[in-house]
Design a protein around this ligand. Structure first.
Ligand SMILES: [Zn+2]
Length: 174
């Protein structure tokens, strides 16, 4: 399971406030984040460009200007308050303690989806590809599930190269 992908050495995470967004002369959509006293530039897709607004707090993982992942709010886990019976007791994670821990958690997500109370809305690979496979499908693995009762989405993330990740609620779409 040796990883030699050079570019991922340049992977960085930034939490900040979206202070500016624009389409540049090459037609690329750009977000400018203020993180402490510095500015962070990242290229995003059109959908994300439209989705996030000035003054939103977001966290991005990127290599150079290339966006690898994006999530609302701070990088670290925040307690979620929900009144929805279906999803309020869902287990959240700040980190993975081991690869087995992550695999087990993916089994848990698979159960949630199979039990039919949650829908898998985004995935970089299938659950089984993680549960049954020896290596990793990719360096960055993402699964998003959506509560079928209230629409709350939850993002599961693993950066297998850096060994980080977690599972948390995303901000509700207003
Ligand atoms: Zn719910």
């Amino acid at each position: 399971m040796k990883k030699t992908q050079f570019s991922l050495n340049k992977y960085t995470n930034h939490s900040g406030t979206l202070i500016k967004k624009y389409k540049n002369i090459f037609g690329q959509y750009v977000f400018v984040l203020r993180e402490n006293d510095s500015k962070v530039y990242v290229n995003v897709g059109k959908a994300l460009f439209d989705f996030y607004n000035i003054n939103d707090r977001i966290t991005v993982g990127k290599i150079g200007r290339r966006l690898i992942n994006i999530r609302p709010g701070e990088y670290f886990h925040k307690k979620r308050i929900s009144s929805c019976k279906n999803c309020r007791n869902i287990e959240l994670r700040k980190a993975w303690s081991s690869s087995d821990d992550y695999r087990e958690f993916i089994s848990y997500l698979k159960e949630l989806v199979n039990e039919n109370n949650f829908e898998l809305t985004e995935a970089t690979c299938s659950f089984d590809k993680i549960i049954n496979a020896d290596g990793w499908a990719s360096d960055i693995i993402t699964h998003v599930i959506c509560c079928k009762k209230c629409g709350q989405t939850f993002r599961c993330h693993a950066d297998t190269y850096h060994g980080i990740g977690g599972f948390d609620a995303e901000n509700q779409v207003k």
